[in-house]
Design a protein around this ligand. Structure first.
Ligand SMILES: Cc1ncc(C[n+]2csc(CCOP(=O)(O)OP(=O)(O)O)c2C)c(N)n1
Ligand code: SF4
Ligand SMILES: [Mg+2]
Length: 361
């Protein structure tokens, strides 16, 4: 499906929802849902998505949706999936209904990670999408474990002593991959085709699927309302947010920038990193670059390590016969090898015989 087909499709998330103008998550939700062509139920945890799309008595969702508390989105989704499975088994439901969950980073990386880990371990057949806007935006922009080092948030402001959040972000995509999940991917609105393909693949697999999508927040990243796409592109091209997938244990890199950009390109347009770009904070930016480089190398290593190598053709080796010399027993003299008589040796022998005969006479 290209952009034209996508534009012609009836929208599954209605316009008029109350998110800030230029916010990343409505784009993510629309793109993701455009790739789903079977009946599904949406589960959403408390966050910007729920408060802007389901304010009583309105809903922007054009399919059944269930709103759950902040910490237990994955448990709610697991419950819905189990109910669907049991009803099908009992013959009360004929349709093959999929469960799709949308959760923020706070509800997924932090308070909901226990529910998420449990649902993955139980192999529920769910697609869980995390829209990662890198902080608790709905409640005023407090830091989460997804907030990157150096970002100013409501709870980690820039000041004379502190430079925003002074801890590195958690790599949840890696953590989920470590569960040996059926399918896990990292995506971005920068690449529509890649994002929709990943959603399609996630809907196909039998088991838990997880997609982590970077979701620019115009309000707390302090970016112009027109820049969600541009920032997403820079996140990918600096390798801060690489696009990759792990399909049944096989790591695949989906985008390798021709020229890997420096991390400043991603930091510069965002007000939340303003202080980092002052000359006195150069060492922090260098530290961030080192970390991005290390993570990028790790990713390339994983992709190389799990790459399917072409099977080697079996070449039948012809065994050389070993010439084994019989061991010589001690004290036993080896028999002298018989001399082969040639015409030369015979004539010499005859000459000697004649000589001896002549002497005797
Ligand atoms: C148990 C519990 N603690 C705190 C809250 C308040 N709360 C609601 S949404 C939210 C932040 C959600 O952050 P995130 O999941 O990142 O979604 P975002 O708002 O960024 O979209 C918080 C702290 C709550 N609803 N329930
Ligand atoms: S606060 Fe951020 S994430 Fe929430 S609706 Fe506004 S732009 Fe979107
Ligand atoms: Mg968030």
């Amino acid at each position: 499906m290209d952009f034209k087909d996508y534009a012609r499709q009836p929208q599954k998330l209605a316009s008029g929802q109350k998110s800030c103008s230029g916010c990343g998550f409505p784009i993510i939700i629309r793109m993701a849902m455009s790739a789903i062509d079977r009946p599904f139920v949406v589960c959403q945890g408390t966050g910007c998505v729920s408060v802007t799309t389901t304010t009583w008595p309105f809903t922007s969702w054009k399919m059944p949706t269930i709103h759950s508390a902040f910490p237990n989105l994955a448990s709610t989704a697991a419950g819905v999936e189990t109910a669907v499975r049991v009803m099908k088994k009992k013959g009360k439901l004929k349709k093959d209904i999929k469960v799709v969950a949308f959760g923020g980073d706070g509800g997924t990386y932090d308070i909901g990670i226990q529910a998420l880990s449990g649902a993955i371990e139980r192999r529920h057949n769910i697609l869980y999408i995390c829209y990662d806007n890198q902080a608790y935006m709905n409640t005023g922009g407090q830091r989460s474990s997804a907030t990157p080092y150096g970002a100013a948030t409501a709870t980690t402001p820039h000041g004379t002593l502190h430079h925003g959040k002074e801890l590195f972000r958690k790599d949840l995509t890696y953590i989920v991959a470590a569960h040996d999940v059926a399918y896990v991917a990292q995506a971005s609105i920068f690449d529509f085709a890649d994002l929709t393909r990943k959603v399609k693949r996630a809907m196909e697999v039998d088991g838990f699927a997880f997609i982590n999508i970077l979701s620019p927040c115009v309000l707390f990243w302090k970016i112009p309302t027109s820049d969600a796409y541009k920032i997403s592109e820079l996140a990918v091209k600096t390798c801060f947010w690489p696009l990759y997938e792990v399909d049944h244990g096989k790591w695949i890199l989906n985008f390798k920038p021709e020229h890997k950009m420096q991390i400043e390109a991603f930091l510069k347009p965002q007000g939340r990193f303003k202080q980092l770009l002052e000359l006195r904070n150069r060492h922090i930016v260098d530290g961030l670059q080192q970390r991005v480089d290390r993570k990028w190398k790790e990713l390339l290593f994983m992709c190389e390590k799990t790459k399917e190598k072409p099977e080697k053709k079996e070449v039948k080796k012809v065994k050389k016969k070993k010439i084994v010399k019989k061991p010589v027993k001690k004290g036993v003299k080896r028999k002298p090898e018989p001399k082969i008589k040639t015409s030369k040796t015979r004539s010499k022998f005859a000459k000697l015989k004649d000589k001896l005969k002549r002497k005797r006479r």
